[in-house]
Design a protein around this ligand. Structure first.
Ligand code: MN
Ligand code: MN
Length: 305
């Protein structure tokens, strides 16, 4: 990878890490989830752009919860709060997450997914099989007496593409591919005391444009062009659409685009048995010798574990 390009991946990584450090300072019992998400997204905007809406997934919610326009939820007492942030500049993306527990009783559950991440990072380098990395993650989490979440995976990242094909499983899998030099991956082990997989809720607040088609409705198409310009192929929040066209119109436009399959929505993912879920995530660049970590959440984890 060219030095110039590497610098860009590393730079967005640094912003993601700073944003998570900010999250550690901000998260407290009874805080409105909407306020937390918007503060973190505004923080990112000081430097770059959010690559996706800040995800704040509490307890048995594993992923893809980001507050909608009128979210009234607050951070519950004694909860596990997973804060997952994305930063991009010119399409170079950093994707990173930490779990913050508002009680010490979940320390082992947090350690299970954090240590799984550290061990996975130690094994990653050009030529390694993704299934092997999954086995390392699985063994680490099992050694703590928890289960990895089988149907959530790490993923390759490319410019403007958060899920660029290859996955890094959280379990030992039969189907496996090789990671290659200069590829960028998000590695994200999830640990749970539940069933070990997630199911979709019918609700969702995170959207993505999937088709370049027009609707034929002049006004909707004007907004659609604007959305392509702002979000491109990256996920966005209904809150962000509401910011530039207003809440009422945002609802109508998004539901029209959903019906026409021009946008897709990510359902909220919850643990099947209602188990508690912890997650830690870094973005890494694969080199010949190792994985170069762009987001470096290990340093933050010292404060919370
Ligand atoms: Mn993430
Ligand atoms: Mn990710």
């Amino acid at each position: 990878m060219e030095e110039k390009e590497k610098k860009k991946w590393l730079w967005v990584g640094k912003i993601a890490k700073k944003t998570l450090a900010r999250a550690i300072d901000l998260v407290h019992e009874d805080m409105p989830v909407l306020e937390l998400a918007e503060k973190l997204e505004d923080y990112i905007r000081n430097y770059a752009a959010p690559a996706f809406p800040v995800n704040i997934s509490v307890n048995h919610v594993a992923a893809h919860y980001s507050p909608g326009v009128n979210d009234s939820s607050v951070i519950p007492a004694k909860s596990i709060v997973k804060v997952d942030v994305g930063v991009h500049k010119e399409g170079y993306i950093a994707d990173a997450a930490i779990s913050i527990a508002l009680t010490s009783e979940y320390e082992d559950l947090l350690k299970a997914s954090f240590e799984a991440l550290v061990n996975a990072e130690k094994t990653l380098k050009a030529g390694v099989k993704t299934g092997f990395v999954g086995a390392v993650i699985e063994e680490t989490i099992l050694s703590y007496g928890f289960k990895p979440i089988k149907n959530l995976t790490g993923h390759k990242i490319s410019r403007f593409n958060l899920h660029a094909g290859k996955s890094i499983p959280n379990t030992k899998t039969i189907f496996s591919s090789k990671v290659e030099e200069d590829e960028v991956y998000a590695v994200e082990p999830f640990a749970t005391d539940g069933a070990g997989y997630v199911v979709e809720l019918s609700e969702g607040y995170i959207y993505r444009l999937t088709s370049a088609r027009r609707t034929g409705d002049k006004q909707v198409d004007r907004y659609l062009r604007d959305m392509w310009r702002r979000f491109k192929t990256l996920p966005f929040s209904e809150r962000w659409v509401a910011r530039f066209i207003g809440e009422e119109k945002a609802k109508i436009v998004l539901s029209t685009l959903l019906k026409k399959k021009i946008v897709t929505v990510y359902p909220v993912l919850v643990e099947k048995k209602g188990g508690l879920v912890s997650q830690f995530e870094d973005t890494v660049i694969i080199t010949e010798k190792n994985a170069l970590i762009t987001t470096g959440i290990s340093e933050l984890v010292k404060e919370i574990l």
